[in-house]
Ligand binder design. Structure first.
Ligand code: HDE
Length: 733
């Protein structure tokens, strides 16, 4: 046995010994091999930074802990082992209590012109020469940090603008109303939707008893619930979502006048969603579907883009609405106050490190710049407290503002000092204000020089715990939303609610929910009741196609909607103002050995010419040997299902198609693409495979047989995204 060394320079001494193993009689062959290995690695490694511990000491051996003899116990003095393990032990910080699962990207924002100057002095909104850096984090609300991206849920849409006047955080969602009116109900809402506490089930899902217990007893949730049951809650990608600031805020102009404002993000890639069956499948097959898509798009040089839109309105206009603009369960229909598009945000840079940036980014609705202010929305008012509190808990210190991702670009100077992990080194003896010893610095900034001044809103009132009467209508805007949906969107809402309540085990809760749904729309309520066995119906329940017909005319007279019966802007189908495009779409070319290589090459070229991505999904990795050459395979049917693609192409080649027909995974690949409403293109000799998958041919239904239809027809079908007119339940015969 080697005696325990007292020297503090154990590693360096060890290194000496490795050089001359005659001095190290106990060194085993294996140890010599590992030492040689690290010497070889060092010799072949390109020049670069050397491996050190956290205080800069160079490390000679990162493969072996220090032991008393090669087979002996590890030594307490091994500071390298202890530092490494100890740091590892502390790698996690508390995940966000809500919005734990998220992905972020960097980019810029720029306004088009100075036309907002009549409403605000905020430079970020009025100076078209400024490119303001932004960091955006998208998230789901209910799931843990490791949950699936495609859960049915509202998405967080949080934007940090690093403006020259300090950070502005627009911490919004992809759904314009919120569940509750008063911040005091937020912990209850979240406790109800999170996994049930006794057994921590279910993960990232609202379809369970406690959530519906809470919402069935809280009718103000009904409007947002309709949105969460709609296609909005299962977006195709982050780039295909709208964003909303949700609350009413204020804009303040140079004269100190206030206007109310609602913030919107309009996606330039258009609005698109998944279907529920696909979303569930993706949750298992690719839980990172959304974050992967954003990452890949940016790496491919296809940035994500939104226009910032503003609904600006006066207090007088607000007072005339039959709903209250301070009630976050209401939106302002675009038909009443149009959205003015004022600038563009581009996300074009992936983070370098998920933890340092996306995990440690800390948003706060209190981060405003001069020219903006809050409203008295009681939900917003509660948020103004919550976010700073939560950042201190998550990041462990009030000095989280010094982290690179949170730091303001505007210089920071004040008398706040010390605290855990303080990075700033403040020189001098003065840490108070007023002071004369420090020349009165840093000095307060008057309003006309850019100092923040709160809008001097007149206040009076009795101290009271009471909801305003003007917040009382809980169904009107739920009805407006329902009325505004296209038949397929209504059908999806019915199916979603049938699914969710079908998972609720307590009958009394289901009955309460049916009652709420009937108030929103009788056909909606009845269809859900029928699926729950609470309504006697003759014959089988309607198929998707039958349901769409049934729902087409099913509307309800609305209230609290400014006199509107519907607003086209609420429908994803009708509101898709972006021009049809296939940019960023992903198409699977499904093939086996024997494929006609020219077919693959022609389709790839056609797709790539318009910014879409083609991947060959084969039966094995490597090269497919085919008619006229070979083609590289990107993925296999074993690892990759059709749910990760927007469309499927079956190139020709009899042997290829025959092989695919013998593989359950391949047949399912085609059948699922059809079931999910996706366009399919096929060479003439693929008819047998299509039949086997139960897919009927027909260009009107998005199945393009390329001897009859052209590749362009298929590309146009792809730009249309989905084909909802397929007969039956989108189930292959
Ligand atoms: Fe949040 N919310 N929230 N929220 N919220 C958080 O802050 C809270 C609400 C939103 O990507 C937490 O940093 C309360 C509405 C987003 O990092 C926490 C209330 C809207 C994100 C918190 C609300 C949001 C959060 C958890 C009711 C849409 C993720 C971690 C009064 C306008 C930001 C954190 C990110 C995160 C509290 C309601 C959006 C606990 C008390 C309404 C996008 O502070």
């Amino acid at each position: 046995m080697v005696a325990v060394r007292s020297s503090g320079a154990a590693t360096r001494e060890g290194e000496h010994m490795k050089d001359d193993h005659t001095k190290q009689p106990e060194q085993t062959k294996a140890q010599r091999r590992s030492s040689q290995l690290s010497t070889v690695q060092q010799a072949t490694q390109p020049p670069g930074p050397q491996l050190t511990d956290n205080l800069g000491h160079a490390i000679s051996d990162d493969q072996n802990s220090l032991r008393a003899g090669v087979r002996g116990p590890s030594l307490l003095e091994d500071f390298l082992l202890r530092e490494k393990i100890s740091h590892f032990d502390h790698e996690r910080i508390p995940e966000r209590v809500v919005h734990a699962r998220g992905a972020g990207a960097h980019g810029t924002f720029q306004v088009y012109d100075d036309s907002l100057a009549e409403f605000t002095v905020a430079k970020v909104l009025t100076d078209p020469s400024r490119q303001t850096p932004v960091f955006v984090r998208f998230s789901t609300v209910a799931g843990s940090r490791g949950s699936a991206d495609t859960a049915r849920d509202v998405r967080g849409f949080a934007v940090k603008f690093y403006t020259e006047e300090g950070n502005w955080d627009l911490v919004g969602n992809n759904i314009p109303p919120f569940f509750i009116q008063d911040a005091i109900k937020f912990p209850d809402l979240i406790h109800s939707v999170k996994p049930e506490p006794h057994r921590e089930i279910p993960q990232a899902a609202s379809a369970h008893d406690t959530f519906y217990d809470f919402v069935s007893l809280t009718p103000e949730t009904m409007h947002m619930l309709m949105w969460v049951m709609s296609d909005r809650a299962i977006p195709r990608s982050f780039a295909n979502m709208e964003g909303f600031g949700v609350h009413t805020f204020r804009l303040i102009n140079a004269q100190g006048q206030s206007h109310f404002v609602k913030f919107h993000w309009k996606p330039l890639a258009g609005l698109h969603s998944l279907v529920w069956d696909e979303a569930q499948e993706l949750a298992g097959r690719d839980p990172d579907f959304h974050r992967r898509n954003m990452w890949d798009s940016i790496e491919l040089g296809q940035p994500l883009e939104w226009e910032l839109g503003l609904q600006i309105f006066s207090e007088a206009q607000a007072a005339a609405f039959d709903f209250d603009v301070l009630d976050a369960t209401k939106l302002i229909p675009e038909a009443l106050v149009p959205v003015k598009r004022v600038g563009k945000m581009t996300l074009d840079r992936n983070p370098d490190n998920y933890f340092s940036e996306t995990e440690q980014v800390a948003f706060m609705p209190t981060n405003l710049v001069p020219g903006m202010d809050f409203s008295d929305d009681p939900l917003l008012q509660g948020r103004l407290f919550s976010y700073l509190d939560t950042q201190i808990s998550r990041l462990g210190t009030p000095n989280w503002t010094e982290l690179p991702i949170n730091r303001s670009l505007a210089p920071v100077a004040n008398h706040q000092r010390d605290g855990q992990m303080r990075r700033t080194v403040n020189p001098g003896r003065v840490a108070y204000h007023p002071n004369s010893l420090g020349g009165g610095q840093p000095a307060e900034v008057p309003a006309d020089k850019g100092g923040f001044v709160s809008y001097p809103e007149a206040m009076e009132g009795t101290k009271i715990r009471q909801r305003a009467e003007s917040f009382a209508d809980h169904y009107g805007q739920a009805q407006l939303f329902w009325n505004s949906m296209s038949p397929v969107e209504k059908m999806h809402i019915v199916r979603a609610q049938q699914f969710e309540l079908g998972k609720v085990e307590t009958r009394d809760i289901r009955l309460k929910m049916i009652d709420h749904l009937r108030r929103i729309n009788a056909v909606l309520g009845d269809q859900v009741a029928a699926a729950l066995g609470e309504l006697d119906v003759a014959g089988p329940l309607p198929t998707d196609a039958e349901l769409m017909k049934l729902l087409a005319g099913a509307t309800t007279p609305t209230t609290a909607s400014g006199g509107l019966q519907r607003d086209a802007a609420l429908s994803m189908v009708e509101h898709n103002t972006a021009p049809p495009s296939i940019q960023g779409r992903k198409v699977a070319i499904l093939a086996a050995d024997g494929v006609r290589i020219a077919d693959i090459e022609a389709m790839k070229a056609a797709l790539e010419a318009q910014g879409a991505l083609a991947e060959v999904v084969g039966t094995h990795l490597g090269q497919l040997k085919g008619e006229g050459g070979s083609a590289p395979v990107d993925k296999t049917v074993l690892t990759t299902p059709s749910v990760v693609y927007d469309a499927v192409y079956l190139p020709g080649g009899a042997a290829s198609l025959k092989t695919l027909g013998t593989l359950g995974d391949a047949v399912r690949f085609v059948a699922q693409a059809y079931k999910h409403g996706k366009p399919l293109a096929a060479s003439a000799d693929a008819a047998a495979l299509l039949k086997q998958a139960g897919v009927p041919l027909g260009a009107e239904q998005g199945v393009f047989e390329l001897s009859k239809a052209s590749t362009d027809d298929f590309l146009n079908g792809l730009a249309q995204h989905r084909f909802w007119n397929r007969s039956g339940d989108l189930v292959p015969a």
